[in-house]
Write a protein of this length. Structure first.
Ligand SMILES: Cc1cc2nc3c(=O)[nH]c(=O)nc-3n(C[C@H](O)[C@H](O)[C@H](O)COP(=O)(O)OP(=O)(O)OC[C@H]3O[C@@H](n4cnc5c(N)ncnc54)[C@H](O)[C@@H]3O)c2cc1C
Length: 350
């Protein structure tokens, strides 16, 4: 007999992780499948960034936030598979069959798509030989602030991520120069002002045209930057180069012909704020779900997840209550509350 789940969540970013928690809360037999080895989705790209905009949560580092999300996702013991990419989904009567890249089949009554923008990879510098510096001082994400202390840094890029990094690193770095190929930065104006106030130098219409290595050819020592308007070329000594040119998304998940879900912008699925898509039994949450007024932020992923799981619950059990009971009277919480309270008020041994 196949092991059939009530819901299979595809994607283990914030939307998928919170969906796993919430569907446990709603008593659904849950499986989560994530293609990367690590859970956390895009937040893994900014482990040292302070996240300020999660309601009621003090500023928290991305890495710490992921740990908390994963811990919460596991509260009701869902089955979690990592390093497992979903390639294809087909429908057979009332059942979905999920094909993963390792050749396994998974069976589920419903699907919750939480695949974000797909499998995400940073857009790389196209300069010849650039890849050999990736193990040294060419970075596509900022994994550890420590590395940038007292360094001369060039950041290539003009979007929110580039300027956020400039602001975050400015108290630690010796100098930061942001170069951007267009006339005007595309980041949020308040963050640009913050960067300027912090002493970040900004040069628009400028691109990196050459990376020049140190004597033993292990790291970049100079970069050549060219201004497209003045045609001036400057060779700068640098310690670290951060490239923030956006991301490529691999939209690798496919459906059989019987499953049609309208898309927006070629990739994002059109659906409702309730998490429903045009395909009965397939729901969506987080960045992948598009509806009027949608903003792609962490807080939105949680609301989407709760809505989608509640829709799944009532899809499977039409008489079920519309939303989950989160008060401490819920039997699922009673025992866990007791354990937490006992630990908090345990007598301190001298
Ligand atoms: C640099 C940066 C900084 C940001 N800062 C903030 C901030 O300060 N505040 C804020 O609110 N938001 C911020 N965001 C946005 C926030 O990170 C996203 O809105 C959020 O991560 C979306 O979560 P998600 O779960 O929908 O998608 P994702 O985080 O993209 O997760 C999707 C997951 O699905 C997996 N997946 C995709 N396809 C498959 C497949 N076929 N099979 C199995 N798994 C698959 C992916 O590997 C990924 O782990 C930032 C984003 C970036 C890039």
């Amino acid at each position: 007999m196949q092991n059939i789940y009530d819901v299979t969540i595809i994607g283990g970013g914030p939307a998928g992780l919170y969906s796993a928690f919430y569907s446990g809360l709603r008593g659904l037999k849950t499986k989560l499948i994530e293609s990367q080895q690590e859970l956390g989705g895009k937040v893994l790209l900014y482990p040292e960034k302070l996240i300020w905009d999660v309601g009621g949560h003090p500023p928290v580092l991305g890495g710490q936030f992921v740990k908390q999300l994963v811990e919460q996702a596991k509260v009701f013991d869902p089955t979690i598979l990592t390093g497992t990419k979903v390639d294809f989904v087909e429908r057979q009567d009332d059942l979905f069959i999920i094909h993963t890249a390792d050749g396994s089949l998974h069976y589920s009554k419903t699907i919750l798509l939480a695949v974000g923008g797909g499998i995400i990879n940073p857009q790389k510098l196209t300069l010849e030989g650039a890849e050999k510096y990736e193990m040294a001082n060419l970075h596509y994400t900022v994994q550890s602030y420590q590395r940038f202390v007292n360094k001369d840094i060039i950041i290539s890029g003009g979007g929110n991520a580039a300027i956020d990094w400039a602001v975050e690193l400015s108290p630690l770095a010796k100098s930061i120069t942001v170069i951007y190929r267009k006339e005007k930065l595309s980041a949020h104006e308040a963050t640009i002002q913050e960067a300027i106030n912090a002493g970040v130098k900004i040069e628009c219409n400028t691109t990196i045209t050459k990376l020049i290595s140190n004597a033993d050819k292990t790291a970049i020592q100079f970069v050549t930057c060219e201004n497209a308007i003045t045609k001036e070329s400057i060779v700068r000594p640098i310690d670290e180069v951060i490239v923030s040119h956006g991301y490529n998304y691999e939209a690798s998940l496919e459906f059989d012909q019987a499953i049609a879900i309208p898309k927006k912008d070629d990739y994002y699925f059109e659906g409702k704020a309730t998490g429903e898509t045009a395909q009965p039994g397939i729901f969506a949450a987080g960045d992948i779900l598009s509806f009027e007024g949608k903003v792609n932020l962490l807080i939105g992923t949680f609301q989407d997840a709760a809505n989608a799981v509640n829709s799944i619950k009532t899809y499977l059990e039409p008489d079920a209550y519309r939303y989950g009971m989160v008060s401490s009277h819920n039997d699922l919480f009673k025992e866990k509350n007791r354990a937490i309270i006992e630990e908090r008020f345990a007598p301190v041994e001298n």
